[in-house]
Design a protein around this ligand. Structure first.
Ligand SMILES: [Zn+2]
Length: 120
């Protein structure tokens, strides 16, 4: 696979900056819903279970967004350092098509699937 062209790199950099903004907005708006459920509040047992379920979903979403935000930051840093586009594990090219789909990706497809235990 060929190294990224300057135009491709610029394209991915702007995707990453947009993603960073979107994630920051998402994290901000999920702040309120991730607040602990007040168990002393007289809302009834069923709605309490409901609230706790919703809350744990909100928490999981939030954690996923936080993780992704960190990956986006790391990817932007790699662009600054001129290391973006190379697999963090094997050093091979990640490839534009994969990066276009997931600009924060730090691993090539092969390394990613090995890490997820699905074989290469
Ligand atoms: Zn790799």
């Amino acid at each position: 696979m060929d190294p990224l062209a300057a135009a491709e790199l610029e394209d991915l950099a702007s995707d990453l900056r947009e993603l960073r903004q979107a994630l920051a907005a998402q994290l901000q708006s999920s702040d309120a819903s991730a607040r602990p459920v007040d168990l002393n509040q007289p809302i009834g047992r069923v709605s309490r279970v409901d609230a706790i379920q919703q809350q744990s979903m909100a928490k999981a979403n939030r954690q996923a967004a936080q993780l992704r935000a960190r990956q986006v930051e790391a990817a932007l840093k790699r662009i600054e350092e001129g290391e973006y586009g190379a697999c963090l594990s094997c050093g091979g090219e990640i490839g534009f098509r994969r990066l276009k789909a997931r600009p924060e990706a730090g691993l090539c497809v092969g390394c990613q699937s090995r890490r997820e235990g699905r074989g290469a």
